[in-house]
Design a protein around this ligand. Structure first.
Ligand code: ARG
Length: 467
């Protein structure tokens, strides 16, 4: 039986009927639909609509539906079901008879889908936070293994200053930790329960909304029935948080692609995560990284599509809202598939420390440290910059590095160049002077690794508490 056939004299056009269904994609919400339905049934019992026996029958029916769905996919191949809500109602009636139709008393699919989606996003957030903590753990392990190995840091993709490889890696941990915070923040705001909002004006039965909310792990019931049934902010926030996460993965992928090119040679691609060329036998290609960069674009696209779907929707429920579902599922799936691969890749990838270190010795990356030497000797910064700039000019002409220029020659530029100038250009000194919180001085980086580890540990505990 349809959920709404009474008013209609004609059957639906079969093409339209098929086309408007959402069961193909909202079946994945079944477990949340069953959970929420159980909570509603208990509230109906408390409101005197269901007898104790009817409640038991309904709860057992719901449980059976869950069990059957878990063991058999054909069970879910229900061409009749309009959506997951209709599916549960149909199956319940088939299992326990007309009592099954009592479950829908005083509720609307508008509040159900809003609830199911919040439960789905909440679970996805918990899963994502766990995956991100795994990834960060793997990055920190690699940062630790890199010890004090230096590499070039780039600005404008030109060699800028040497940094520790570990420092570079920890930059990504910071990005991913912000993603985790954004997801946690989104979780906080979405954790209110729409059940009891009815179709738009609030339930028509005296349902104990606080109890329903509590039993589903929500912090409270939503405050306004019109908003609760039409709100998809949580989906937008979530997918936007995912977009940023995807962009962080994409930037990481881009760097790994560059660094694995023969021109850089900093990174050896792990065979388990690379592919060959059907034409060029020598090739080992970074397809995984490229696909990540590519897929991140789709996540951003979904975030935009969600916003545009919501733009201009009058309050409250409109069927357009059904279109928000796939826009939400796709990026969540995408990121949940991607993250373990990023982690696996990060564990397997080869960092060519020698090449990185060699690259850190060239390209005048000690120029600013040289200028700092002069500044410490009392030379005004702008003039110090000019002096070193001149020295660089000479070195470029000779095809050598700054440290290869003899002191006498430097003294012609400025008498401020002293006997210890060349020491200040050594890689170890250059690294060491970046001795501020957040800087790349080895001692700072060592501490930063410890701080990052602690953050990941508390994140793991928090995620564990939610599970
Ligand atoms: N499948 C619908 C959706 O995803 C459920 C809500 C239907 N509500 C309605 N009034 N037709 O939005």
């Amino acid at each position: 039986m349809k959920m709404w056939s009474g008013r209609f004299r004609q059957p639906l056009h079969p093409g339209f009927d098929r086309w408007q269904r959402s069961f193909d994609f909202d079946r994945r919400l079944l477990r949340y639909e069953l959970e929420a339905s159980g909570a509603h049934a208990r509230a109906l019992k408390n409101a005197g609509i269901l007898s104790a026996d009817e409640l038991i029958a309904i709860l057992q029916g719901l449980e059976q539906i869950g069990e059957r769905a878990a063991v058999s996919t054909p069970f879910l191949d229900d061409a009749e079901a309009e959506d997951v809500h209709h599916f549960v109602e149909k199956q319940l009636a088939a299992l326990i008879g007309d009592v099954g139709y009592k479950l829908h008393s005083g509720r609307s699919r508008n509040e159900q889908i809003a609830t199911d989606l919040r439960l789905y996003v909440r679970a996805a957030i918990d899963h994502l936070r766990q995956e991100i903590s795994e990834l960060c753990g793997a990055i920190i392990d690699r940062a630790e293994q890199a010890r004090n190995t230096p590499m070039p840091a780039y600005t404008h993709l030109q060699k800028a200053e040497p940094v520790l490889v570990a420092h570079w890696m920890l930059a990504y941990v910071e990005m991913f930790l912000r993603d985790v915070e954004r997801l946690a923040d989104c979780r906080k705001r979405l954790n209110a329960c729409p059940l009891g909002s009815g179709a738009v004006a609030g339930a028509t039965l005296p349902l104990d909304r606080a109890l329903i909310a509590q039993s589903l792990g929500f912090d409270e019931p939503t405050a306004n029935s019109i908003d609760a049934t039409s709100d998809r902010d949580f989906a937008i926030e979530f997918v936007n948080a995912l977009s940023l996460l995807a962009i962080h993965v994409s930037r990481w992928a881009e760097e790994m692609i560059l660094f694995s090119s023969q021109e850089y040679g900093f990174v050896g691609l792990p065979e388990a995560y690379s592919t060959g060329s059907s034409a060029m036998p020598q090739k080992k290609n970074p397809d995984l990284l490229e696909l990540m960069r590519g897929k991140s674009g789709r996540v951003v696209g979904n975030a935009t599509a969600l916003l545009v779907t919501m733009k201009g929707l009058p309050l409250a429920y409109n069927k357009d809202l059904q279109e928000t579902q796939e826009l939400l599922f796709e990026p969540a799936d995408n990121m949940l598939q991607m993250l373990p691969l990023v982690t696996g890749f990060m564990k397997a990838v080869e960092f060519r420390y020698e090449t990185m270190e060699q690259a850190a010795h060239t390209g005048f990356m000690n120029a600013w440290a040289g200028a700092t030497y002069l500044v410490k000797g009392g030379v005004p910064s702008r003039l110090a910059h000019e002096c070193i700039g001149k020295a660089v000019q000479i070195a470029v002409r000779r095809g050598c590095e700054l440290e290869d220029l003899p002191l006498e020659e430097l003294r012609k530029i400025s008498p401020a160049f002293g006997d210890d100038f060349h020491d200040s250009l050594k890689l170890a000194s250059v690294l060491a002077i970046h001795d501020v919180p957040g800087g790349t001085a080895p001692e700072r980086v060592r501490k930063a690794i410890g701080v990052a580890r602690n953050k990941i540990q508390s994140l793991r505990e928090e995620v564990h508490a939610h599970a």
